[in-house]
Design a protein around this ligand. Sequence first.
Ligand SMILES: [Mg+2]
Length: 375
Amino acid sequence: MTEATVERIRLFLIESPIKMARLQGVGNVKGTVKRVLIELTSSDGVIGWGEAAPWEVFTGTPEAAFSALDIYLRPIALGKPVRRIRALMAELDRALVGHAEAKVAIEMALLDIVGKSSGLSVADLLGGRVRDTIPLSFSIADPDFPADLERMRKMVPDGNVIYKVKTGVKPHREDLDHLEAIRKEFGDKVDLRVDYNQALAPFGAIKILRDVEEFAPTFIEQPVPRKYLDVMAQLTAALETPVLADESCFDRRDMMEVVRREAADAVSIKLMKAGGLFEAQAIMAIADIAGLPGYGGTLWEGGIGLAAGTQLIAATPGISLGCEFYMPHHVLTEDVLEERVANRAGHVVVPDGPGLGIRVSEASVRANAQVLAEA
Ligand SMILES: [Mg+2]
């Protein structure tokens, strides 16, 4: 039997409307988000989907991911055996520096194909499930804080109990008021986390974070900019609350540095930073040995990217702090999937079914997003 190869690659740069503005301090999002979808067809007729969801202040731009896939990565991937995923990923890395989002899009589409061909889920291909549901965190990032509180009043009774408050954007006093308002209304019923998205200057950060600790957050995410690993280490040592590295840790090399310098207590794993599901598992292997749990972070992925993230977390024991895969159910007005990945009682339900466990079609993409460019 001849090995199936990549026969066709189609790309879509899409734009999707969102329901609410998102205030993150940097790269604030309002109205729409853009991302790139990739459809791979194998020589035996199996179709796999992938997604590149960059964020310009974090990893790159959707337009750059589109060009990277179209001009540089497509010619390499075409004709390659669909089952030799690691070999192809190594070749893509040699051919193009960076562009993690473009590379992971190809990897997840190949895993989708191999899964569909074999009847196995991507989680099966990654070692098999260790969990069937993943606790879901919703981010409190609406510039209109009372609107977020109102959302919580509906979501908490539904079982959504994890909330990550984006801090450091508004004045410190206001952040404290918001944390106080949440604790006052919901008490210990909610698992509260805070994320500074690198907003604090090292000077004075400890004092600000000690105030925040009064509200018993589960972790404090990326308080200072990526480059200040020594400050991250000082904060990790000084604070009672665990510090989580997000922007400070993209890949294995970063993870080694975080561990070596004791610069965090936990790590945010994002496929768009890591550039691959295998790479993400490799990062977690390093984190595991140092006793650092992982958290399923996101940029602005829709259903395809998040399905890949769901499969990854299902098969990766160390990613135990839940995920923030709330976009399709709570922020996007439409998703490109024929049916969204289920949420139940504040958890993402790992889909059954082969590959990524989702159904996507050109029709569902066109019906639910605006296609800005295709190639
Ligand atoms: Mg973050």
